[in-house]
Design a protein around this ligand. Structure first.
Ligand code: F6R
Length: 365
């Protein structure tokens, strides 16, 4: 049941901290507090030539964050495409390649077809699924489970942060196997990861600030979400969730791509929501936001205290989130964008748990 919550989605949003914690604890040794993969996974990251990732919807965005981590942290060439395109592109796949699928249900038709194509192309196949007895789990060489529990709301919430948690652990394990990071870097990143459940609980306490923003967003016809680096996929996740449950048109854009077209859309009626944690790319995003504000855009900022202070002059609204290592920012920032979509949908009176035209599991192409 939903307990005291109005919707399954609201209940599932509140499960983020526990789900992230349970998922991480499957892969972090309590003794050494170091990330380790199950012994029987059978994947030798030191000898993988390339990772090819495929998935649909939110699961694809989780995979894109994973791609970023595999490249930047583990220094493995990685690529990704939505399954409905990937399966028909007929991409040649390399010797010693790893195929990676991400899916809550493990039954999505296009993702399953991508998996079968990867196998035909001689890839070792690893699936990250939330349903252990699913078709994808059965047909994979290796499986990592997200420990999200059943997700009832059609819009994915806790399964998404659980997927990110698994991918972060995988990237750290791969980085160690490839000697891509030092022991000190690994210790710092693992500690940052283990802090996420606590920080996630603090994000859920920002509910009122996010509701205030929801009132503004609910009046809009179009919304732009901007992000960079490992938070660009979080901008796309925010846009997808908003469209899906509030029926407001939204786009997730790479902040640096704005000036190549979408900046023409900016006027006071189009909120620009920035996913802008402090980190190496913050100043770049800040200058893109400056450009949006100069054209009358209402800039809504999700950042930490330091970032919020720097954007004070241009932000119409700000949600101040806990400061975290930039490595784990996408896991944390996924939460407020989902919470925002939830509150906008409630204000609009849509069917939050069962949005029109959508099904929880898409088992037809
Ligand atoms: C978005 C959403 C969908 C799913 C997509 C993939 O909120 O729920 O975009 O992420 O249909 O589904 P799975 O993960 O079951 O393969």
């Amino acid at each position: 049941g939903k307990g005291n919550f109005r919707h399954f989605m609201e209940k599932e949003l509140h499960e983020h901290p526990a789900v992230i914690g349970d998922t991480l604890h499957r892969m972090v040794s309590p003794a050494t507090r170091a990330v380790g993969l199950p012994e029987d996974l059978g994947i030798d990251f030191a000898n993988i030539s390339r990772i090819t990732m495929s998935a649909c919807g939110s699961a694809f965005y989780a995979g894109l964050v994973g791609r970023w981590w595999f490249e930047a942290v583990a220094r493995i060439p990685a690529d990704g495409d939505v399954a409905s395109e990937f399966r028909y592109r007929a991409p040649p796949l390399p010797r010693d390649g790893l195929g990676l699928l991400v899916s809550q249900s493990g039954e999505t038709a296009d993702t399953l077809a991508a998996l079968r194509y990867m196998r035909e192309q001689g890839q070792r196949v690893l699936s990250i699924v939330n349903v252990a007895e699913s078709s994808m789990a059965r047909e994979s060489d290796a499986v990592l489970e997200t420990v999200a529990g059943p997700e009832i709301g059609v819009a994915s919430t806790k399964a998404f942060t659980a997927q990110l948690s698994v991918l972060a652990c995988l990237a750290l394990a791969a980085a160690r196997a490839r000697k891509a990071i030092s022991a000190a870097q690994e210790a710092r990143m693992t500690a940052a990861l283990l802090e996420v459940p606590g920080r996630a609980a603090e994000v859920l306490e920002k509910d009122e600030a996010i509701q205030a923003i929801a009132h503004r967003v609910a009046k809009a016809r179009d919304v732009l979400f901007l992000g960079r680096g490992n938070c660009f996929p979080i901008a796309m996740e925010g846009a997808l969730k908003l469209k899906e449950i509030s029926y407001i048109h939204a786009e997730g854009y790479a902040a640096g791509e704005m000036k190549h077209g979408p900046i023409a859309l900016i006027d006071p009626a189009v909120p620009v929501i920035a996913i802008a944690p402090s980190g190496p790319l913050f100043e770049k995003t800040a200058s893109n936001l400056q450009e949006a504000a100069a054209r009358g855009g209402q800039v809504i900022v999700f950042s930490d205290e330091a970032g919020a202070a720097k954007l004070k002059g241009i932000a119409a609204e700000t949600v101040v989130l806990p400061a975290v290592d930039p490595f784990v920012a996408p896991i944390l920032y996924a939460i407020p964008v989902q919470v925002l979509a939830y509150h906008v949908a409630v204000l609009k009176g849509t069917d939050v748990d069962q949005p029109r035209n959508l099904a929880k599991s898409v088992t037809v192409e």
